[in-house]
Design a binder for this molecule. Structure first.
Ligand code: ADP
Length: 272
């Protein structure tokens, strides 16, 4: 899965990343792997929560229909909601806009023992903001470095950060919009404004490339996930998270001393 990791300080060209890639893996195998990873993630999250020492931040970015919601549902569907939180970043409120752009983000970073999943994130401030000229270039261009330093701060204080860019083709996006219209229970997700955003496809790709090139760091790497096939996307994200959490070698807290005497006491209580 290192294959998808962006090496720091490299120029990313998304046309060189195949969104339809699925390696040698069949759909059946991919689904079986996802099931295993979901089970592993459930156990690892419990360990993280019990250990209560470090924070895990997962960042999801990608154009409309790339599958941010789908990853949250399919990868994290089994984890205990106690200790796992999803934060979705929308258009900033007036109150949020009255502060620096990281202010609203910092409030939602994970506490020790928690996993927080950002559905969109601080990166909107170098994506939609850049594409729509919401602030001058002289302002947004400084943000890549701010964000790297902000993430460095979080990591220095015990966080693990994984960032996933869900990469889909333009063709696939049109198919997914159409699928939303075709399914009555998905129509609510369709917003005609999304088609206006699609007009800016190339600008978004350029903004994504700049983000990936400038903010994949040794402490908070980006992974470009081929996302044209949902089963592969889910499996790949789950696999990277499980591998990373395993590498942390987390430990359950030390047992209280003298477990045996407590066990005897309890057995005594039950027999009474
Ligand atoms: P989603 O598409 O994530 O399911 P919405 O349809 O509510 O949810 O979209 C959220 C919108 O908020 C997106 O268009 C996104 O670009 C926008 N947004 C998020 N953060 C910012 C920001 N910092 N500045 C401007 N717009 C933002």
């Amino acid at each position: 899965m290192d294959h998808f990791r962006i090496t720091p300080d490299t120029q990313v060209d998304l046309s060189q990343h195949d969104p339809y890639y699925s390696g040698e893996i069949s759909k059946k195998k991919g689904r079986a792997l996802l099931k295993d990873h979901r089970q592993a993630l459930m156990d690892l999250q419990e360990l993280l929560y019990a250990e209560n020492k470090r924070q895990v931040l997962i960042i999801l970015q990608g154009i409309d229909t790339s599958g941010k919601d789908g990853v949250i549902r399919n990868v994290f569907g089994d984890v205990n909601p106690q200790g796992t939180h999803v934060v979705s970043f929308k258009v900033p409120t007036r109150h949020e806009l009255a502060h620096d752009y990281l202010w609203r983000v910092h409030q939602h970073t994970p506490a020790q023992g928690d996993i927080v999943i950002f559905n969109r994130s601080q990166y909107e401030d170098v994506l939609v903001v850049r594409v729509h000229d919401l602030v001058p270039e002289a302002v947004w261009e400084k943000r890549y470095q701010h964000i790297n330093e902000f993430e460095r701060l979080l990591v220095d204080e015990g966080a693990t950060i994984l960032k996933f860019f869900l990469h889909i083709s333009k063709q696939r996006q049109a198919e997914r919009f159409l699928a939303r219209l075709d399914r009555p229970n998905k129509r609510w997700k369709f917003n005609p404004g999304d088609l206006d955003e699609r007009e800016r496809w190339d600008d978004y790709q350029a903004a994504f490339e700049a983000m990936l090139s400038k903010t994949s760091t040794p402490w908070a790497p980006w992974y470009v996930i081929p996302s044209d096939r949902k089963w592969y996307r889910n499996m790949a994200v789950a696999s990277i998270i499980v591998e990373k959490l395993n590498s942390l070698e987390m430990q359950f807290p030390k047992e209280v001393p003298d477990i045996e005497s407590y066990r005897d006491q309890l057995i005594g209580m039950i027999e009474d």
